[in-house]
Design a protein around this ligand. Structure first.
Ligand code: FAD
Length: 308
């Protein structure tokens, strides 16, 4: 059994593992894919102190750092069930799709999140070639260009406001006939001179020239007519889904969006079970934030252990 097991091997899990191992406690990392979302990322320019890196390189660096310590890394393990300890200070069990099961006195749940995709032709093909999901990450790459934001909820409208200060023109596309964002955000959006809003529009296709995005096609829902827009970038903002399906039947408290709720030390509603990174309610899902959150959860878990 472990003293600390992280479920998830992205930035949050890796950081928690390094912090835990440095306390000399038995540490493990079990994850479906060590590296996490970082593996799907190309240029990374906001990991402070590293002006530029690329996803696969950062994932390798995370792994190398974890391997400097006595940490057991278990890759290709998808957790399917959590069985919390029934007694205070007892061992929690995590069951995996492979049939394996692991026990640990503390857990750091760090299974991350995934961007909801439009699932239209061209989206996957032009991912990182003009199709983007994170305005904080990729906004500056589109400086002076014409971009679309898909989605008129809070994150879409926030993204459009954010991007309007960087790019030449933003076209916000909403499926419904009204935006769903907070009134104050909608007012701000309406005040911006370089933002156009298209409502009642269903994006049907991402267009490109083979190398990069050149635009998109949408259906005007009222008329059923198809229209083309010429663009250099498309930010998809239709939701970030936390990977907590496997926790649904557990006693871990989740928010209305399915994110894990933690206290200021990263502890969940179940004593001894901590959580960190994109899978939690922490606002602003970013690598630096996940790294910080992972270290906080590991220190919180260590504090918990020495009090048992
Ligand atoms: P994740 O990275 O999501 O890692 C989750 C881990 O849990 C993975 O190991 C996964 O395999 C595992 N897992 C999931 N479910 C299970 C399960 N049931 N059982 C076991 N393991 C499981 N952020 C920036 O700061 N800068 C950027 O430039 C940037 N660019 C991005 C570009 C793209 C295309 C994407 C998708 C994200 C980008 N981000 C960027 C966001 C950043 O990648 C995330 O904020 C960060 O990776 C979150 O780390 P995490 O450890 O919380 O979760």
């Amino acid at each position: 059994a472990f003293d600390l097991l992280t479920v998830g091997g992205g930035p949050a899990g890796a950081s928690a593992a390094v912090y835990a191992a440095r306390k000399g406690i038995r540490t493990g990392v079990a994850s479906e894919r060590f590296g996490g979302q970082v593996l799907d990322t190309m240029g990374i320019e906001n990991l402070i102190s590293v002006p530029y890196t690329e996803g696969p390189k950062l994932a390798a660096a995370l792994e190398e750092h974890v391997k400097q310590y006595d940490v057991e890394i278990m890759d290709l393990q998808r957790a399917t069930e959590l069985v919390p300890s029934t007694e205070p200070g007892g061992e929690h069990e995590v069951r995996f799709a492979s049939g394996a099961s692991l026990k640990s006195r503390t857990l750091v749940l760090s299974t991350g999140a995934r961007w909801r995709e439009m699932n239209v032709p061209g989206e996957a093909e032009y991912r990182n070639k003009g199709v983007a999901y994170c305005p904080h990450c990729d906004g500056p790459l589109f400086k002076g260009k014409r971009v679309a934001v898909i989605g008129g909820g809070n994150s879409g409208v926030e993204a459009a406001i954010d991007l309007s200060g960087l790019v030449k023109e933003v076209i916000l596309i909403e499926f419904m006939d009204e935006l769903r964002a907070d009134e104050v955000l909608q007012k701000k959006l309406a005040s911006l001179p370089n933002v156009e809003i298209i409502k009642g529009a269903r994006t049907t296709q991402v267009n490109g020239d083979g190398a990069r995005v050149s635009g998109l096609t949408y259906e005007e829902r009222a008329s059923g007519e198809l229209r083309d827009l010429e663009l250099e970038g498309i930010f998809v903002q239709i939701g970030l889904v936390p990977n907590t399906e496997w926790l649904r039947d557990s006693s871990i408290e989740l928010s209305g969006h399915g994110e894990i709720i933690t206290d200021e030390r990263g502890m969940t509603s179940v004593p001894g079970i901590f959580a960190a990174g994109d899978v939690t309610t922490v606002p602003y899902k970013q690598i630096v934030i996940s790294l910080g959150e992972g270290s906080r959860a590991a220190l919180g878990a260590f504090d918990y252990l020495i009090r048992q």
